[in-house]
Design a protein around this ligand. Structure first.
Ligand SMILES: [Zn+2]
Ligand SMILES: [Zn+2]
Length: 308
């Protein structure tokens, strides 16, 4: 188990190409720490081991905060909640996907590839239901278990996607609002090449909102950014990359064509309301998706051996 430091009081760990984060809370009623995102199914024991290494045996987070509800960020949640019965905070627009009310729109197979094709293995057909633990984030007051951090609504990748920002040292946890690796490039994934990139294309269902969200985050001028996929970025490397992405989002991040390009999926408080019709050539894409999935799987197995 290898974890890394993001900033003072913030640590992260990559579990099969998806990061989870732990933040120590320095003030507030509930001193202690929170977990941000919960990795893929099967990651619970690694998350618990990291927590115990950082905070001591038998430790338990004050809360779990979700940047969004995708299965690569919530896969281990049902197992973790058996062990840690704590509140799970999410934006109200994300609640339908966490309370069994709605499934996410289908992935866009035309823009898949790289590590994202692997996700088709773990993509849930049934929505997650953690109603007993889930709490809506109060956007005005923030999260009581993490009072010093600001919650920023950054929709686009998903309707209720949030990012977390610590103004004192301008640390940003951006979830999948943007990434620091080209998630669709198998080579980038394998070599862990760092580059400020858009949200993972395969599962992003509103590109217009996604562009606005990246501009909102760039305006915060973070000096440290940790994302759901890719390594931590800092200083000039981050500001140059993030400003470029914000200024030229349409050419850098948005796919040239795809199911959600031009007209995104529409969602409200009850979940998905409209999904654009699929107009791609299904036969070719099915073959490409299958090939990409196999390639992705092999690469991840190889990567797992290299990095343990
Ligand atoms: Zn995601
Ligand atoms: Zn993700």
């Amino acid at each position: 188990m290898k974890y890394f430091q993001v900033a003072q009081g913030v640590w992260g760990m990559r579990i099969y190409l998806v990061n989870v984060f732990m933040i120590a809370n320095r003030r507030g009623a509930a001193r202690g720490w929170v977990l941000v995102d919960a990795g893929i199914k099967g990651a619970a024991s690694k998350i618990i081991a990291m927590a115990e290494a950082l905070f001591g045996p038998g430790t338990k987070p004050a809360a779990i905060i979700l940047t969004h509800g995708h299965p690569d960020h919530t896969g281990a949640l049902p197992e973790l909640l058996k062990y840690w019965d704590v509140p799970v905070y999410a934006h109200h627009m994300e609640l339908p996907y966490l309370t069994g009310r709605s499934s996410y729109p289908p992935a866009d197979p035309e823009v898949g590839g790289g590590l994202m094709s692997l996700m088709s293995w773990i993509w849930r057909t049934k929505p997650l239901n953690i109603s007993r633990n889930v709490r809506e984030i109060d956007l005005y007051d923030g999260i009581p278990e993490l009072p010093e951090w600001k919650v920023v609504h950054t929709p686009g990748h998903t309707p209720g996607h949030i990012s977390l920002f610590f103004p004192l040292n301008t640390t940003l946890i951006a979830g999948d609002a943007f990434t620091t690796t080209e998630a669709e490039s198998a080579l980038s994934v394998l070599t862990y090449h760092k580059k400020v990139s858009g949200p993972p294309k395969y599962f992003t269902t509103d590109w217009i909102a996604a562009a606005k969200s990246v501009r909102k985050l760039a305006a915060l001028q973070p000096r440290i950014a940790a994302t759901g996929h890719g390594g931590v970025m800092r200083g000039k490397e981050l500001s140059a990359g993030l400003n470029l992405l914000a200024n030229r989002f349409e050419s850098i991040a948005v796919p040239q064509s795809g199911r959600y390009v031009g007209h995104g999926a529409v969602a409200d408080e009850n979940g998905v309301r409209y999904i654009p019709p699929y107009t791609g050539t299904l036969k070719r894409n099915a073959a490409v998706a299958a090939a990409a999935t196999i390639l992705g799987f092999l690469l991840v197995r190889k990567a797992a051996k290299v990095w343990g």
